[in-house]
Ligand binder design. Structure first.
Ligand SMILES: [Zn+2]
Ligand SMILES: [Zn+2]
Length: 347
């Protein structure tokens, strides 16, 4: 076991504090990673505040991790000491179910092992990336191309794959009109990736506050829904809508903006059921769908795509003692567009 410095929660209500956690010994198929940067995902905050259910304390969250391999187990073939690598939302899966065998380990029938707050194969609770080191099975470690700036790569491991996967699956190529609803950590990556795929992208949010940013990310236009009739004016416009907002919204109004055969894909998670009129789907043969992260294989493809197209998240680098403030600012929507912790400040 290795005792490492971390920053974590001791209760659902107290601020996060410096603490230490144990990492398992490096097994034959494990790699030990010296973490360099760790992104702050809104899921981290929901988890430690127990907004998604009871958790085990102390809890170290973080599932947007990049760093350097410093030790490898005897059977490791995929990564070598010195490699720049990443870890996203999962660190293991059953490897036996139909989904795992098909390479869809994020949909594992037995539940994949989350990077934090999950029960690992050895029965311990996993602890995430706000730490100096992590030990992970080689199959769940991604290679992070050198072309992606080190301090900006981390958010790709969650925000990047969460948006890349539906854009790839539902097709965001040339000649396709894509709308991205919400311009936060997820939304701004959806814009950059869809533009790089060749789609014509429209960003939609409540106000014009992020219009200039949206256009700088390559969006063709920005629409503010606080203007009367804004959505109505978009009737039969889009082939694909990626909705990143986690609040209730008028699903029928958005479905109207789809062209026939279009799809509205949700990656945000509103807490309450939505009022979907089935007639909104039937007329134009439309689809209402959801998407959750992506497989390891697809995450690797996303990293290579971002390197090839020169795409990286917009980030604000913080020190460990700024994590609590960053949480409050993330909840308030006051971040452009992702906080990244400099893991050197945890040492
Ligand atoms: Zn996340
Ligand atoms: Zn499985």
């Amino acid at each position: 076991m290795l005792t490492v410095n971390a920053y974590g929660a001791t209760s659902a209500t107290d601020p996060l504090v410096p603490l230490t956690i144990e990492r398992r010994d490096v097994g034959p198929r494990d790699v030990m990673i010296a973490i360099r940067y760790s992104g702050i995902c809104h899921s981290d905050i929901h988890t430690v505040r127990e907004e998604w259910g009871k958790i085990t304390f102390p809890q170290v969250v973080g599932h947007e991790i990049v760093g350097e391999v410093i030790e490898t187990g005897a059977e490791v073939t995929k990564h070598a000491v010195g490699d720049r690598v990443g870890v996203g939302c999962m660190v293991n899966s059953c490897r036996e179910c139909d989904e795992c065998l098909a390479g869809d380990e994020h949909m594992c029938a037995n539940g994949n092992v989350g990077t934090y707050n999950s029960t690992d194969v050895d029965g311990t609770t996993t602890q995430g990336g706000y730490a100096t080191h992590v030990v992970v099975d080689q199959d769940f470690v991604l290679a992070v191309p050198e072309a992606i700036p080190y301090d900006r790569a981390a958010p790709l491991l969650c925000a990047g794959i969460t948006t890349y996967s539906p854009l790839a699956r539902w097709g965001a190529g040339p000649g396709r009109k894509v709308a991205v609803v919400g311009l936060g950590g997820l939304g701004h990556m959806a814009v950059k990736i869809a533009v790089a795929m060749g789609a014509e992208v429209t960003t939609i949010s409540r106000t014009d506050a992020k219009k200039a940013d949206a256009l700088s990310f390559g969006a063709a236009r920005h629409v503010a829904t606080n203007e009367d009739g804004a959505l109505r004016a978009l009737t039969r416009t889009f082939d694909l809508i990626i909705n990143t907002i986690s609040a209730p919204y008028d699903v029928n109004a958005y479905l109207r903006t789809l062209r026939p055969h279009g799809a509205l894909v949700n990656v945000g998670l509103p807490p309450e059921p939505l009022a979907l009129r089935v007639g909104s789907l039937i007329g134009g043969g439309k689809s209402f769908a959801g998407s959750n992260i992506g497989s390891i294989r697809e995450t690797q493809a996303m990293l290579e795509f971002c390197a090839e197209h020169g795409i990286a998240p917009e980030t604000e680098l913080i020190t460990a003692d700024q994590i609590n403030e960053a949480y409050d600012r993330t909840v308030a929507g006051d971040v452009r567009y992702r906080f990244v912790i400099d893991a050197a400040t945890l040492a």
